[in-house]
Design a protein around this ligand. Structure first.
Ligand SMILES: [Zn+2]
Ligand SMILES: [Zn+2]
Length: 328
């Protein structure tokens, strides 16, 4: 089978390797699509906390379960199932979690062995090329759930990359939020405006003149976005700290903590997603499929995976899909 393996940081190769043999608890899944994201690009360029080399990347996966004959998306975690967080339905916080594409081989491979508990069936009316977005949609759902948004809540979103788009789409369409997205890049701002036509949404350079917000989410790794998110909130507002900070992220002004204190802000982190959030993601993608199509910038063959990662690193487009196998 064909696989894309990363042996060293910054270098991936398409190689033929023997198909993996499933253990008793696993099924063989033929991978149809694997979507790549900024995290994959980051792993490719500089590694990641959870990465173990050599590795097949890819954690956004839609495939065909050869035992049931059904199309499925794959929840990319392998959790213990018995720790407090697992039993609590927060399996993304399992202390023993292994993640496909990080600490286990992922979706840039024609065949993957997956246990049925990690598979979520794709609704018949949903194309695989959209279903493959279930994982990033579920991560966005995780962020939005943390905010406890009331209907017509004023929500500020910092960053208009793929996740900023998805958070905006769900908040505006499903939660009826009034949103403002801070995105200085011209192309991204235009793409957001196109996707959100007819919604209560503004795409802006800065929030000056907008008044205070009920909630904010950071979908940008800039420290400035986190500082601005804290400042834009009203007393008692909520903040979801969604994107990890890049580079000198540790350098934060003391003021920001005092502002959290004086305003009694509810601040929550969000990392990854649960199986349940992926199920919900498929329902939302199905309802919003006409808008969700706008997220896909291109579909490339497996040989072009490195090219796709370069495009993502340089900020070109939104979601890039790798079509791993063509037929069912
Ligand atoms: Zn991702
Ligand atoms: Zn666990």
């Amino acid at each position: 089978m064909k696989s894309v393996a990363m042996r060293r940081i910054g270098e991936i190769l398409v190689e033929e390797r023997p198909a993996p043999v499933p253990d008793k608890s696993e099924h063989i899944v033929k991978v149809l699509f694997c979507a790549l994201c900024r995290t994959d690009a980051k792993i490719f360029v500089k590694g990641h906390r959870d990465l173990i080399l050599p590795r097949v990347l890819g954690h956004e996966i839609c495939g065909l379960d050869t035992e049931s004959g059904r199309r499925v998306v794959v929840w990319p975690g392998v959790s213990c199932g018995i720790c407090e967080n697992c039993l609590d339905g927060r399996e993304n916080l399992c202390e023993k979690i292994e993640i496909l594409g990080f600490s286990r081989d992922g979706g840039l491979s024609e065949i993957l062995c997956v246990s049925p508990g990690n598979m979520i069936p794709v609704p018949d009316r949903l194309d695989s090329s959209l279903a493959v977005l279930a994982e990033p949609f579920a991560c966005a759902i995780n962020a939005i759930e943390k905010l406890n948004l009331k209907s017509r809540a004023k929500l500020a979103i910092f960053g208009g990359g793929p996740l900023g788009h998805i958070i905006a789409l769900i908040a505006a369409s499903e939660k009826n939020a009034e949103i403002a997205i801070v995105e200085p890049d011209h192309w991204r701002a235009g793409s957001l405006e196109k996707m959100l036509t007819g919604k209560t949404a503004s795409v802006v350079d800065s929030l000056e003149g907008f008044g205070k917000f009920d909630a904010a989410v950071t979908a940008s790794s800039e420290t400035g976005a986190l500082l601005n998110a804290v400042s834009c909130l009203k007393l008692g507002g909520s903040l979801c700290f969604f994107s990890g900070l890049s580079g000198d992220g540790a350098v934060l002004e003391k003021n920001v903590f005092n502002e959290i204190h004086y305003k009694e802000l509810a601040v929550m982190g969000a990392y990854g997603c649960t199986r349940k959030q992926m199920e919900l993601a498929l329902e939302i993608i199905l309802r919003e499929r006409v808008l969700a199509v706008n997220l896909i910038s291109g579909t490339l063959p497996i040989e072009e995976a490195q090219n796709a990662l370069h495009k993502i690193s340089s900020g070109k487009g939104l979601k890039w899909l790798i079509q791993v196998q063509i037929s069912c």
